[in-house]
Design a protein around this ligand. Structure first.
Ligand SMILES: N[C@@H](CCC(=O)N[C@@H](CS)C(=O)NCC(=O)O)C(=O)O
Length: 319
C-alpha cells in the first residue's frame, strides 16, 4: 500500500514526536496506532523514574488520570513543519498526553474516509465510520484502560521486581529501551526505583493477587464476548480490527507473553524468565479465547514501525 499524495502532504506538513516509557503497555498502545496509520514519528524513550527528567518540560498541568502523574507517557507532540504553508503561523503545536486521545486524534487525521473502500491506501478508521460502533469501541477501550492496564502493570512489575533474578529487571533498561545514561542510572538505582515503583503503584503480594483475580475475570468476560459473535474471524466490535482490539492487545499483551519478536514495540523479558507460578498464570491467560485473540491481533495487525520513523536522543545521544 502506498500512501496517497494527500496523505504524504499531511505527513510532510507536520512532525510528530512520541515520548514514551519504552516498554510500557500504554505507550505500546499509542505506538501501535501510529504504526497502524503509517504516520512517521520520532520516539524519545525513557525508563521509569528517569522519565520525570525527560518529561519535565512536557509535564501536564493536571494529572491525565488517577493512576498516573503529570509526567505520564505516552505524550505526542504534533508540530507544523517550517515552511509547510502560507498560514504557517496560524498552526499550533498540539500536545496529547493520553493514549486514547492520541488514537482518536490520529483516527481523525489519518484514517481512510468513509466509503473509500481502502482505495486511497489509508488504513480503515480504528473507531469505525459508524457512530453506534464508535460508541461501543470507545466503551470497550475505556474498560480496558481501567480494568486491564493497571492490573497488568502491577502483575508484571510484581513478577519481575519481586520474583525474577535482579538481572532480569536490569535488562529492561538495556536492549535499546533508552539511552546509555538512563540505562546506567536504572541499573545503579534499581533497588531504590523498585521501592519507589512499588509505593507508587501499591505493589504488594496481596494487591498483585487481587489484580490477578481481576484479570482472570476480565479475560473470561472478553472471551465470552468474542465467542458469542458471528462465525468467522472474531473481532470485538463488528467484523474488523478496531481501537477496542488494539487496546486489548496492547494493554494485555505483556500478560500473555507477547514479546518484541511478536511485534511489541520495545524489548521485554520473555515469559520463561518468570518463576513457575508467574509463568503458569500467564500461560492460563494466553490459552483463553481472549488471550488467543491478543496473539492473533499481534500476528495480523501489529506490523512494523511506520516508514520514516526513528528514535531521538538528548544529551549527546546518551539520554
Ligand atoms: N490513561 C493514560 C495512562 C498512562 C499511564 O499510566 N502511563 C504510565 C506508563 S505505564 C506512566 O507514564 N507512568 C508514569 C507517571 O505517571 O509518572 C493513558 O492511557 O495514556
Amino acid at each position: 500500500m502506498s500512501p496517497t499524495g494527500q496523505e504524504q502532504d499531511k505527513h510532510s506538513q507536520t512532525s510528530l514526536t512520541l515520548r514514551t516509557i519504552s516498554f510500557s503497555h500504554y505507550n505500546e498502545k499509542a505506538r501501535w496506532a501510529l504504526d497502524y496509520y503509517k504516520v512517521p514519528y520520532i520516539e524519545y524513550r525513557s525508563l521509569p523514574m528517569c522519565h520525570m527528567i525527560s518529561m519535565f518540560k512536557y509535564r501536564a498541568k493536571t494529572r491525565p488520570c488517577s493512576a498516573s502523574s503529570a509526567y505520564a507517557t505516552p505524550h505526542l507532540t504534533v508540530e507544523p513543519t517550517k515552511g509547510s504553508g502560507k498560514d504557517d503561523k496560524d498552526k499550533e503545536t498540539i500536545a496529547l498526553n493520553d493514549s486514547s486521545k492520541i488514537i482518536e486524534f490520529l483516527s481523525d487525521q489519518y484514517a481512510a474516509p468513509a466509503n473509500s473502500n481502502g482505495k486511497d491506501g489509508r488504513a480503515p478508521n480504528l473507531y469505525s465510520n459508524d457512530e453506534a460502533s464508535k460508541t461501543k469501541i470507545q466503551a470497550l477501550e475505556e474498560r480496558f484502560n481501567t480494568m486491564i492496564g493497571p492490573h497488568v502493570r502491577r502483575v508484571v512489575y510484581y513478577e519481575l521486581l519481586f520474583h525474577a533474578p535482579k538481572s532480569v529487571a536490569r535488562s529492561m533498561g538495556q536492549h535499546d529501551n533508552a539511552g546509555q545514561l538512563q540505562s546506567w542510572i536504572w541499573s545503579f538505582f534499581l533497588p531504590l526505583f523498585t521501592w519507589m515503583l512499588c509505593k507508587a503503584m501499591h505493589i504488594t503480594e496481596k494487591s498483585a493477587s487481587r489484580s490477578k483475580d481481576i484479570l482472570k475475570r476480565e479475560f473470561e468476560h472478553i472471551s465470552r464476548v468474542l465467542e458469542s459473535g458471528p462465525p468467522g474471524p472474531a473481532y470485538l466490535v463488528g467484523n474488523q480490527f478496531s481501537a477496542a482490539d488494539l487496546a486489548l492487545a496492547s494493554l494485555g499483551g505483556l500478560v500473555v507473553g507477547v514479546s518484541e519478536e511478536d511485534g511489541y514495540g520495545a524489548w521485554v523479558p520473555k515469559m520463561d524468565v518468570l518463576r513457575p507460578e508467574g509463568k503458569k498464570f500467564m500461560e492460563e491467560l494466553r490459552a483463553t479465547t481472549a488471550g488467543q485473540h491478543i496473539v492473533e491481533c499481534y500476528k495480523l495487525h501489529r506490523g512494523s514501525k511506520a516508514p520514516g520513523s526513528g528514535y531521538g536522543f538528548n544529551f549527546f545521544g546518551l539520554w
